[in-house]
Design a protein. Structure first.
Length: 277
């Protein structure tokens, strides 16, 4: 995204330019303009507690089924979930799961709208895409316990406009050290958290005039995070009792033209699902 933030101001400068009638040792006022280019956008919101309670209740029923292992999604995912599970979430199983897919699609549309508005520079506007359809085509639960983690990865896609999401439905109260302010001395500051990375991660990058391009988000019950499918991210392990439960999924954003093409492919049996991560 090439959102450009312009900052203007003025400063006094000493000239070293030689020119007729101009004193190279004089000072002059120089108008300054800076351009900040934004690399990526992550959007988050909070879902109603009653909705989260209903989702957890239905997931508990799913976990209690005798054939729950048949719904294990781990073979298609990179998550190192050795103590928990990763289960397919079927949209039509119940109203709660149907609602998850619906919320994902609604939030994806909101993301697309905000992205195009934020990227309001001339170049971005020329390339703006009118995404009006959203299809949440897959979702799964992630049940993480002590030591489980997700290595850095991105998500596959069906079309360029695909997005991904995560919803946190359970978080152990002692998952991370809430008093810590950095990760030094094995503080546990980021235990169980998710990090999005798209470039330099260290504050030392400032020395070479680069901003760190990493976003850390602390899981909270009810928090939903939406991001582009190509954005690298990872989930840190934690070292405490309790379950960190979340729902992840992928959404295809479509223009009217994309929607007609994909509908035709689905009707002919030619769907190409994403590389499920």
């Amino acid at each position: 995204m090439s959102s450009t933030s312009n900052q203007q101001g003025s400063t006094e400068s000493h000239s070293s330019t030689q020119g007729e009638g101009f004193d190279p040792q004089s000072t002059f006022k120089a108008e300054i303009k800076t351009h900040t280019v934004t690399d990526f956008l992550v959007m988050e919101t909070n879902l109603p507690p009653d909705f989260i309670t209903l989702i957890n209740s239905e997931i508990d029923k799913l976990l209690a089924e005798e054939n729950v292992k048949d719904k294990d999604f781990s073979g298609s995912l990179v998550g190192q979930i050795k103590n928990g599970a990763q289960l397919v979430l079927e949209k039509d199983r119940c109203d709660a799961f149907h609602g998850v897919f619906g919320v994902a699609e609604s939030m994806a549309k909101e993301y697309a709208k905000r992205f195009m508005l934020i990227g309001a520079g001339d170049v971005a506007q020329q390339g703006a895409v009118d995404y009006i359809h959203a299809d949440c085509y897959e979702a799964w639960t992630v049940h993480s316990f002590r030591g489980d983690y997700n290595p850095i990865h991105d998500h596959g896609n069906r079309l360029d406009g695909d997005m991904s999401f995560v919803i946190y439905t359970q978080v152990p109260p002692d998952m991370r050290n809430k008093e810590a302010t950095n990760m030094k001395n094995a503080s546990g500051w980021m235990d169980g958290c998710i990090s999005f990375v798209n470039g330099p991660t260290s504050q030392k990058a400032l020395a070479s005039f680069r901003w760190p391009k990493v976003l850390n988000i602390i899981p909270e019950v009810g928090k939903m995070v939406i991001f582009p499918h190509w954005l690298n991210h990872m989930v840190y392990p934690f070292d405490c009792d309790g379950e960190r439960r979340s729902i992840s999924g992928n959404i295809t954003m479509m223009t009217e033209e994309h929607h007609q093409i994909l509908t035709s492919q689905l009707e002919s049996g030619g769907q190409n699902g994403g590389d499920k991560r």
